[in-house]
Write a protein that binds this ligand. Structure first.
Ligand code: RB5
Length: 155
């Protein structure tokens, strides 16, 4: 698996921690920045990671800002991105099994580094469950394309 990773200044240190852990596991990362604590604008990094995911350059993306919220909002503006903010383990697991999230966002001011690493582990290790969840992903894709999904097949 190959992962693109990016952060703003608030997420910089946690990004470095996550990157080091992924490297220990032999997971290749592409770091789009930022490279330090100087103030930057998180949408720039969300766009860079999202682009690498949608182009197929990487399998998934990870974005870190202060809360994880701005990164999620920005990344989800990109066609084909399903970015999930996770602040707990169950949300991280379900973001993959139910939502097939292709980008994880983390809040460095919210989530302690140890928990963040466990969240990343679940995001990396957990497969999409498919089935009825695929139908829902297809409806999200239809929304992106400007067509209203049909309301049917409730399970
Ligand atoms: C930067 O101060 C902060 O606004 C940013 O890291 C993030 O939390 C936005 O959602």
């Amino acid at each position: 698996m190959r992962i693109a990773i990016g952060s703003d200044h608030a997420g910089f240190h946690l990004k470095e921690t996550v990157k080091a852990r992924l490297a220990e596991q032999g997971i290749e990362t592409i770091d789009v920045g930022t490279t330090g604590e100087a103030s930057v604008d998180y949408p720039d990094y969300a766009a860079a990671v999202a682009g690498k995911v949608t182009s197929g350059t990487v399998d998934r993306g990870i974005l870190v800002c202060g809360t994880g919220i701005g990164m999620a909002i920005a990344a989800n503006k990109v066609h084909g991105i399903r970015a999930a903010l996770a602040t707990d383990l169950e949300s991280a697991r379900l973001s993959r099994t139910h939502n097939d999230a292709n980008v994880l966002t983390l809040g460095a001011r919210i989530t302690p580094p140890g928990l963040a690493l466990d969240i990343v582990q679940l995001f990396v290790d957990t497969a999409f469950a498919g089935g009825r969840h695929q139908r829902r992903i297809d409806k999200i894709s239809a929304l992106e394309s400007g067509s209203a999904p049909s309301k049917q097949n409730a399970e």
